[in-house]
Structures are given as structure tokens and as C-alpha cells.
Design a protein around this ligand. Sequence first.
Ligand code: AMP
Length: 280
Amino acid sequence: MTKVLRTIAELRAWRNALPSGSKVGLVPTMGALHAGHISLMDLAKTHCDTVIASIFVNPLQFGPQEDLARYPRPIEKDIALLEASGVDALFLPEPTEVYPSDNSTFVVEEAVSLPLCGALRPGHFRGVATVVLKLFNLTQPHFAFFGQKDAQQCAVIERMVRDLNVPVEIVRGAIVREADGLAMSSRNVYLDPAQRAAAPLLYQSLLAAFEAYKAGERDAAKLEALGRATLAHEPSIAIQYWEVRDRSSLAPLQTVGNDGCLIALAAFLGSTRLIDNVLL
Ligand code: AMP
């Protein structure tokens, strides 16, 4: 049985009752769970004795024009999926439980959170870092699991953990994709049939660059031009960014060196914003 914990008091009491030697893993999510999330639960089980998932659609990481209100919240289905995957507990708080009405303390990472999604979604990573540190303080995990799907989020959390000496080991899980290559996302349900049919092109644009890289291309501008050209003839896809970056600092690159790179993109299909990436 997955124990559903809705308040901080319940969570703390449950956490404190765990055996002291128990290795605890946390998988933070916003719910609307899919196989990508479940792969993180499975990964957590291989590292930990006890797995806690959280489902919290964190208002602090959504901009005023973003999809906070319409974000899918199929909570009964989510709980059934967590049960089936053997997760021990689910932290499922209301926003008022997480943030006091006069909350005035935030976590701001000031380097890797600046480019890419950070530049386009002001305040997003401040919201992410703040809620993740709170979840770490509440659940006191030994390990926490994050998807490579959100590569910049992983980089921000890893930097926060290093800089603030947070005693949690961060583990990244691989991107889980649909059969046609589209990265699984809770936001894919927003796509209409035509957009859904076009969406796999996003991954194909990354693969086009990957193929060129395998054939020896190291010029970042050429890889970018190639990827962007793959999407140029699809009118339903509006690229926000499509970039070749240093895999840890996320700084722009002119030439891909021996330690490879991250290629990351964000694009709108109608009003739906999707992200994807590959590590070369
Ligand atoms: P979210 O509910 O979108 O906040 O995602 C919760 C966690 O699941 C994050 O660490 C994501 O990176 C991860 N995640 C989301 N989609 C995928 C995917 N397709 N493959 C692997 N992990 C994912």
C-alpha cells in the first residue's frame, strides 16, 4: 500500500518512524504520471529501501501566463500507478500546506538557471529550487531522482546541492520516449491530433544533429543549423531555442570538445510548450 500523506505533520511522523538504517529515496513530480515518472520510481527502488514520491503542482514555478490552472491532475489514476509500482509513500500536499501566506524565503541559483528555459521562464528555477529544497528538508532522503528530460532542472538542483551542502545524492534517470520518439510529458495530452503527429519531429531534429556529430561534425553552429532546418518546414512547430551547450555549465559552445555536449530545445506546438534534449 502506498501511504498517502497530505500534511507536513503526517509526512514528518511517517518519516521519523522509518528504521534508522533505511535508505530513503525521493521522486518529486507534478503528477499526471506516465512511464517516464514510473521509470524514476523503479530507479529509486534499485537504490533505496524506502521510496517516497511527491505530487505537487508548484505554483511558484509557473509564470502568470502559464498552464498552472489547466495542468492535468488525475490523482486517483496517479495513486493507482504508484501503488502498482510499489512506492511506499506519496506526499500530496495543498499549496497552502507548502507555502505560508507570508512566505518570504526562496532559493535562487544564479548561473546554470539563467540561460535556455531560465531566460524564457523568469522565476521558474527559483520556484523549482525552492520547492525541491523544501521537499528535501521534509523527506530527508538519501537519494533524489530527477529525469534527464529536464536537463537544466537537473543542473540547477545539482548545483544547489553542491553549493548549499545539502546531504542528498542526486541521480539522473534517462529520458523515456513514446514509440515514435516523442519524449513522454504530462503536457503531451494538450496536443491535438495534428500537433501530436508533428511532435516526433522534435526528437528527429536532435537525432539529425546526433548523426552529423557521429559522422565527425564538431562545429556547434553547423549542428544547430541542421537541427533547426529539420523543423523549418513544419508550420505547427515554433522553436523557442535549439542550442548546443556545455553539458554541465550550459554555456554556449563553438566547438564540441572531447566531453561532448548537451543539445536542448524548447518549442511551442500551438499553446503547448515542449522540451527535449540529447547528450552527445
Ligand atoms: P514533472 O512531473 O514533469 O515535474 O516531472 C517529474 C520528474 O519526472 C522530473 O524529474 C522529470 O524530469 C521526470 N520526467 C518527466 N518526463 C520524463 C521522461 N519522459 N523520461 C524520464 N523522466 C521524466
